[in-house]
Ligand binder design. Structure first.
Ligand SMILES: [Zn+2]
Length: 134
């Protein structure tokens, strides 16, 4: 299967096309999902960076990586978190306005983790907003 740009899906060239489309906007976000801990039920919002599930223009071109269903360990108890309340997903214009310390799924400047590209494991990076940007 090929992308609209003619690259084999999941190939290095496909990943590079995504990285190029995202370049300079790695830390901007376009959506907010809620993740809940399966042990203590703590809910934490996670923002999606450019190229993670969207925004719509990149999604239409196939230039995005999937957001993970399972989130990072719960900050309260270390339990497993997962995407919940899909009806509460928020989508908005790309913005750099992310609350300090908020979790974000992004494509880092170092690029997509090819080991996990198009697998069930997140191939981007999970960061807290406004922490060191690597
Ligand atoms: Zn928890």
């Amino acid at each position: 299967m090929k992308t609209k740009q003619g690259h084999e899906v999941s190939s290095k060239k496909h990943a590079r096309a995504i990285e190029d489309a995202v370049a300079g906007r790695n830390y901007m976000v376009h959506a907010k999902y809620l993740y809940a801990c399966n042990k203590c039920k703590e809910i934490e919002p996670i923002y999606l960076g450019t190229g993670v599930e969207g925004p719509d223009d990149l999604r239409a071109e196939g230039l995005y990586i999937a957001s993970p269903f399972g989130g990072p360990p719960c900050k309260e108890c270390g339990g497993q978190t997962s995407h919940v309340f899909f009806g509460s997903d928020e989508h908005f214009e790309l913005t750099s306005a992310v609350p300090t310390g908020a979790l974000c799924f992004i494509i880092p400047k170092s690029g997509i983790n090819m080991r996990f590209f198009n697998s069930s494991v997140f191939c981007g990076k999970t960061i807290r907003a406004n922490e060191a940007k690597k």
